[in-house]
Design a protein around this ligand. Structure first.
Ligand SMILES: Nc1ncnc2c1ncn2[C@@H]1O[C@H](COP(=O)(O)OP(=O)(O)OP(=O)(O)O)[C@@H](O)[C@H]1O
Ligand SMILES: [Mg+2]
Length: 490
């Protein structure tokens, strides 16, 4: 089937990816505005989201697939086969041929631009949020903001110091600087520390490298030196030990198997390959690789998002960027705070995110607060609801909205008098009343009974789709803010 038979230019936002009938369709613009899927375990999320995966592949999108479960790689290999995209698959796996030295790539890409340090710090912070979450620390509170702020400041100064000294950025070197940083002011002035510390040696290197030089660079160096020789040794013992421990935990997965070889040696594949139509599968599923899997997936996600945001719109008229998707099934494992911000601006850079999870609470558990989750979900505008229970159903009902319904109620009553042989004294009264009442378009209970696929449901999955206030064709001439879709698993 030619998805672009409408003669629109290739990747035109109005191109139909999936026709839902009666004039309703899922178009490229909908993919660009983000998609989220909800449904209980085994409710048919993955088997119904397949219709979008197939549509994205058939349309020639590039993409990054994050993996939580072992079977995801095999499933994408099958979907690629069905759409003749096998040649575009890149499997990033533990013993595979593809390597991605993400810090090296980020450093070489910048051309010395000021954004480099910011990108690298964002990357390190996203990874650290995953690690600290896994270590059981809660996010979102005032305290956690303080630790995050301190860690961010530390990371910025580590990255800046290496860049100012003209050294290649590496996690191992960052750890060495940190381990040899002064613990108090007396140490700063101690000739022994000055002689033996990696931190002191790199500070001297950065000093040489920036003087006499351009004034901006010199000012950056002064700031950095002030951090290492003044701020850092003056931090309280507790703050210093927590941020250095967090940093060590962050580095550890990258200096051990399997990530050391994959992320800290060479580069054979980069996120930008997706712009040419490659589909990168991060086959380090969390189910199998645990923390290393989470870290690997987040590192890829973060670098992919940064790459998409660097994309430039084509200058020629009627030319559109090839869309690239970010696919995250069991997305509660992959979400980080920056995702909402990314998706808010990714649209114009051709970035399409699609996140699948059980319920809204699963994102709150990961991200720590409802506001961050709602801002993410607000930026994933098309929502599919599969069978579910719990609070997500009420939330979904509210999202779909209410309408006035004219409700007719009848009330019948019978009064009986106590006359033994008489039937005539029985009185009946029936009343009919009409009133306008506000009711949900879809009551929360409806979501509990949607078809979940499998043999018992004749392999049918139901999903209710909502597209940010868009009206779909309903029965007759009625327009509704949702549509009930049926997907066949066979
Ligand atoms: N191709 C298929 N043929 C028949 N049954 C299937 C097929 N794919 C999935 N199923 C069954 O349909 C149901 C829904 O499966 P699916 O994997 O889509 O749900 P899910 O919501 O993604 O589940 P999970 O939360 O476990 O990821 C399950 O009972 C599953 O065993
Ligand atoms: Mg699934």
């Amino acid at each position: 089937m030619n998805l672009f038979s409408s003669k629109l230019p290739i990747y035109h936002p109005q191109s139909v990816l999936k026709d839902y009938g009666k004039g309703d369709a899922f178009r490229i613009v909908d993919a660009l505005c983000g998609v989220s899927y909800f449904g209980a375990t085994g409710s048919g999320k993955t088997s119904s989201a397949k219709h979008l995966a197939i549509a994205y592949l058939a349309a020639g999108f590039g993409g990054l697939v994050l993996c939580a479960k072992k079977e995801e790689r095999r499933q994408w290999e099958q979907w690629a086969l069905e759409t003749d995209r096998t040649k575009d698959l890149i499997i990033f796996e533990a013993l595979g041929k593809h390597l991605f030295n993400f810090l090296g790539c980020e450093a070489s890409r910048s051309g010395g631009g000021g954004g480099l340090s910011m990108n690298m710090v964002a990357l390190v912070m996203a990874i650290s949020s995953v690690i600290t979450n896994s270590a059981g620390k809660s996010e979102g509170g005032g305290d956690s903001q303080f630790w995050e702020g301190s860690l961010e400041h530390l990371t910025t100064n580590l990255v800046d110091l290496m860049l100012l000294a003209g050294l290649p950025v590496s996690l191992l070197l960052m750890r060495s600087i940190l381990n040899s940083a002064p613990q108090n002011i007396a140490q700063v002035n101690d000739p022994k520390w000055q002689e033996n510390s990696v931190c002191a040696a790199i500070l001297r290197e950065a000093d040489k490298n920036t003087s006499p030089g351009d004034e901006d660079k010199r000012a950056d160096f002064e700031e950095c030196r002030n951090y290492w020789l003044n701020e850092y040794p003056n931090l309280s013992e507790k703050t210093r030990s927590i941020i250095t421990l967090t940093f060590s935990m962050l580095v550890r997965p990258f200096i051990t198997r399997p990530l050391r070889r994959l992320f800290c040696t060479e580069t054979t594949i980069q996120p930008e390959s997706t712009f040419d139509g490659k589909i990168i599968i991060v086959d380090l599923p969390i189910q199998e690789y645990r923390l290393a899997g989470r870290v690997a997936n987040i590192a890829w996600k973060q670098c992919f998002q940064a790459a998409v945001l660097r994309r430039m719109q084509p200058a020629q008229k009627d030319t559109y960027l090839r869309p690239v998707f970010l696919w995250a099934d069991e997305a509660q494992n992959h979400v980080t705070k920056g995702d909402a911000e990314y998706q808010a601006v990714a649209r114009s850079a051709g970035g399409c995110s699609i996140f699948l999870t059980q319920n809204r609470e699963s994102y709150i558990r990961t991200l720590g607060d409802a506001n961050t989750v709602d801002s993410l979900l607000g930026n994933l505008q098309t929502k599919f609801f599969c069978q579910n229970t719990g609070e997500t159903n009420e939330w979904a009902s509210k999202l779909l909205g209410e309408r006035w319904l004219n409700i007719t109620s009848t009330n019948a009553s019978q009064g009986k008098h106590d006359h033994v042989h008489s039937t005539e004294n029985t009185s009946h009264s029936t009343s009919v009343s009409r009133s306008d009442q506000k009711r949900f378009y879809v009551e929360p209970s409806v979501f509990t009974t949607l078809k979940r696929g499998g043999e018992i449901n004749n392999f049918q999955v139901h999903a209710i789709v909502y597209k940010g206030g868009h009206l779909f064709a309903g029965p007759g001439t009625e327009k509704l803010p949702y549509k009930l879709l049926t997907f066949n698993q066979r």
